[in-house]
Design a protein around this ligand. Sequence first.
Ligand code: FES
Ligand SMILES: [Fe+2]
Length: 358
Amino acid sequence: MNRQSAPPFLNGWFAVSWSHRLRRGQVVPIKSFGRELVLYRDRDGCAHVLDARCPHLGAHLGHGGRVTTEGHLACPFHGWEFDATGSCANIPYARKIPARAKIHGWPVKEVNGFILAYYHNEGKAPDFDVPDLGIIGDRRWSCHGRREWIIKTQQVEIMENAVDRAHFLYVHNYAEMPEVTHEAEGHRFRAVAKAKNIILGRRIDSVLDITLHGPGCGDVRLQAGPKVCILSSTTPIDETTVIHRMAFMVDRSVNILTRHVVARAVIHRAAQEFTNDIPIWENKSFIARPVLCDGDGPIMKLRKWYKRYLPAQEGRETENGKTDTMDRTEKALERSAPVTPHRASAGAPGGLKPAFSP
Ligand code: FES
Ligand SMILES: [Fe+2]
């Protein structure tokens, strides 16, 4: 895909794995942001992400690479070793390490059950953080399952879903259209959707309280008897595909039977509702200047918030010499419109993958 038609990836922290899936000493190949990467955990327990191609003769470090006792990642082809910054730290058979023996090392952090890597279109260092929500590892919460979906769509479509109040009626069969309020503060965007809903055959007041922590991570709070928190992350795999992950956490202060019944119902419904969105996402186009009506949710407010994460390319200078960010945003968003016809995702409908245990 040439650069003109390539959609921009947003800058920010994105999950490249669940934390619990990467053991000490484990090395795995991953693909994110259109790049081949290698993820590994050193002997001290720290996770690292590097570009996957060895600069020597191009072997993929994720296929057969191993973690040395020094914590380096050794290439499977000729044994060159790289440290967590991507610098070559050792060539077992050379006296001198070439100056260009270096690959890109990605900023990494682990929080809320995810291993996050920081992506920036210009390779800049992180300028914000994703907060630790204090749920993973807290005995007051228990994990009742995780799901992940691979979807032929783009980051912004899934983000916008949260504030698109009208679609709840038509895609998710809500009994009524929710009221959606929102607040944007720095790198945090919160949207609260309130409506009557039907859960387990009962008509109840439902509150969907969604907070984004930058463009890649979020949490969803539900009050469904016991408190439920869905920890989520959406990560671009390439220009037209994302992976969306959800971990379902339930407050342990209610009895175990209630907890399991509620968890089962919530997970089933959340997975079902998410699946209902997928055919829309996989076939729609992004419209930078949509025709909205007064009943629609705060879609443009959300766009105003997330435009800071778009690449600063093709900015236009205004008379006062400043870049016209709105123009830049719209151009970037236009480029993100899917241009390829729908292709069915691999596996189950919508790319739904089976859950695996916490
Ligand atoms: S290709 Fe990696 S050490 Fe030769
Ligand atoms: Fe939806």
